[in-house]
Design a protein around this ligand. Sequence first.
Ligand SMILES: [Zn+2]
Length: 271
Amino acid sequence: MAERSLTLMAVHAHPDDEATSTGGVLARYAAEGVTTVLVTCTDGRCGDGPGGVKPGDPGHDPAAVVAMRQAELEASCAALKVTHLETLGYADSGMMGWPTNDLPGAFWTTPVDEAADRLAELIQRYRPDVVVTYDENGFYGHPDHIQAHRITMAAVAKTDIPAKVYWTTVPLTAFAEFGKIMQEMGVEWAEPDEPQLGLPDEEISTWVDTRAYGGQKFDALATHASQTENIFFLQLGRDRFTELMGMETFVRVRDTTDAPLPEDDLFAGLR
Ligand SMILES: [Zn+2]
């Protein structure tokens, strides 16, 4: 039987999401010989533009933002040694309630079934053993993150290929620690006001230690420094960033391996 490498697919909403929530696992598994596939659903046109110009402000040119963020995404993939980058090219829908939610081509208004068919084709092509995406709230309520969740779950159901599916999450204890460190550093930090953000530690099924790859994760995030919210993390510096962001946590929502929980490896039961 031909040896086929294990494959990880991460489905994300915008250029930069791959770095923040899965930069560690992408780097670690690539280093272990796993084929890594990143699917980025939108073009990020509602992000900050060159020179820090904000969406909605005069001079915010979506085409220029898209070109800049595509280049940043490619640099991030190089930092994380992602094997294959696939972009679906939907228009970034902006934050919930923005008029961009309803523009033609916006990811949020694309029928789930239509976008899921395109993702299902990629799942058929790459045959990932493990798929990672967000929970049903898109982790923090952004419409494109919610839509990424919906199309991923639909595409997994259509193809029935991945042995394991995970949703990214953050332990509540990590949020608390993060707030403390930010305060120590004198960085403006608003506690997330969404009560459903993050999970109690005992509800987290999967804890992957990616601290050895913290430098790569930091470098990947640094490629997206045009986006103000990322500068925030970069202020931590490489070592503190690794300390704070080096453990990546997930909830396992599909499994055909019966690997016992909690587990410390997305591929537990597969090798
Ligand atoms: Zn995003």
